[in-house]
Write a protein of this length. Structure first.
Length: 398
């Protein structure tokens, strides 16, 4: 059984500068398949760092001759690249089974299977166990009717199997499969944060978020719950990437790092390994949780915490309420101050385009940001991505 995972060509993410991340979703899936299934041959084709053209992708499919081509759907903006990749696979060999998934396709599964005949199967939600069961059934030439978490076509109809329960214990997952892209690790970079010559890795410390912001696709995709890896496992993965792949800039992919003892325990574990002086850690953290961990910030800084990104969004209380952020403006102000006092780079995200925004409210936002003075401010347009509540609202309103 041969499986080719493809991260299609894509443009740099202009919102945050030149940004070329490892293909975390597919290296995690590939590592799980490798762990669970014997006699499987897996390759990952990450097209952007290899500077591959569409013809190069076609040649790779021809030479590797896979049974399955699975294309990574990084975000809604990559949908057409995914479809084109799977279209090329079908052009090479109609018998190749084509698969995709993640947030966009999970949220638009019926529409996508109707619109794109190139897609054979969409894996909905969490992918590891569904994809593994699918591959096992393909090997045994069994049908797909009882595989939870997938949608597919059968005799001209679109079939949606039952949802798959989430993995309860994330520690069953292997370390992400950076060995599949080991020749590329020095090409992955985040220019604004760590320059071009600092290898960096994405490490997953949790899945999901218990908060339910109206513009977010993530919390619905992960079922509105947050599942945590323990601090020792997180630091084990960090140390593994540090020692084996030279990773020095680590982006913890948690939608929100959270609060409680977790921050303190992670800091203690990092300090025990004595690698903090050589690390640059990046967290995504809520303003209120930064404040709740005020006493731990000096220890986290010593342990390597370098950069924190927070969703400040707006200085308008009614806008924050419509977004269902669950924070107050005063918390945004205090969290930026605390990060600066602890020599941690403060990165604040703001949203323009609430339905009640006016020229005056946007001017107020600009004045607020100047006064707040984070180290890095990014303004994004409120976008109704499929899977978010504002997408459903936009559909209702035509």
């Amino acid at each position: 059984m041969r499986i080719l995972f493809v991260e299609p060509p894509r443009e740099f993410w202009f919102v945050m500068g030149e940004y070329l991340p490892p293909p975390f979703g597919i290296i995690q899936l590939a590592a799980f398949l490798e762990q669970e299934i014997k006699d499987i041959e897996i390759e990952i084709l990450d097209c952007t760092p290899r500077q591959l053209s569409w013809r190069d992708i076609e040649k790779k499919i021809e030479t590797f001759n896979p049974d399955i081509v699975a294309a990574s759907a990084f975000a809604s903006c990559t949908v057409y690249s995914v479809v084109r990749t799977l279209e090329i696979a079908k052009k090479v060999n109609l018998d190749i089974l084509t698969i995709t998934g993640r947030q966009h396709f999970s949220a638009t599964v019926q529409e996508s299977l109707e619109k794109y005949p190139e897609i054979d199967i969409i894996v909905r939600g969490e992918g590891e166990e569904t994809l593994t069961e699918l591959v096992n059934n393909l090997t045994k030439r069994s049908n797909f009717s009882k595989i939870r978490g997938m949608s597919f076509r059968y005799k001209g109809k679109i079939i949606h199997n039952k949802p798959r329960p989430l993995i309860k214990d994330l520690s069953i997952l292997p370390y992400p499969g950076y060995h599949f892209v080991k020749d590329l690790v020095y090409k992955y970079h985040f220019a604004a944060m760590a320059g071009y010559d600092t290898p960096y890795a994405l490490i997953e410390g949790a899945r999901g978020c218990s908060h339910k912001c109206t513009f977010c696709t993530q919390w619905r995709h992960w079922g509105g719950v947050c599942r945590l890896k323990n601090p020792k496992r997180i630091v084990d993965e960090i140390e593994f990437c540090y020692n084996n792949y030279g990773s020095r800039f680590i982006w913890l992919t948690d939608d929100n790092f959270g609060s409680g003892l977790r921050a303190n325990n992670l800091a203690d574990e990092l300090l025990r390994r004595e690698i903090g002086d050589d690390l640059m850690l990046f967290f995504q953290w809520r303003c209120d949780d930064v404040i709740n961990n005020e006493k731990v910030l000096p220890k986290l800084r010593k342990a390597g915490l370098y950069w924190v990104m927070m969703g400040v969004e707006s200085p308008n209380a009614s806008t924050l309420e419509r977004f269902r952020k669950g924070i107050a403006v005063e918390q945004s102000i205090k969290s930026v101050r605390l990060l600066k006092e602890n020599d941690i780079f403060s990165h604040a995200m703001f949203v323009i385009g609430d339905r009640k925004d006016t020229r005056e409210s946007i001017d107020d936002l600009k004045d607020f940001v100047n006064e707040l003075d984070p180290d890095f401010a990014i303004f994004t347009a409120l976008t109704p991505f499929p899977g978010s509540e504002i997408y459903e609202e936009a559909k209702r309103m035509g």
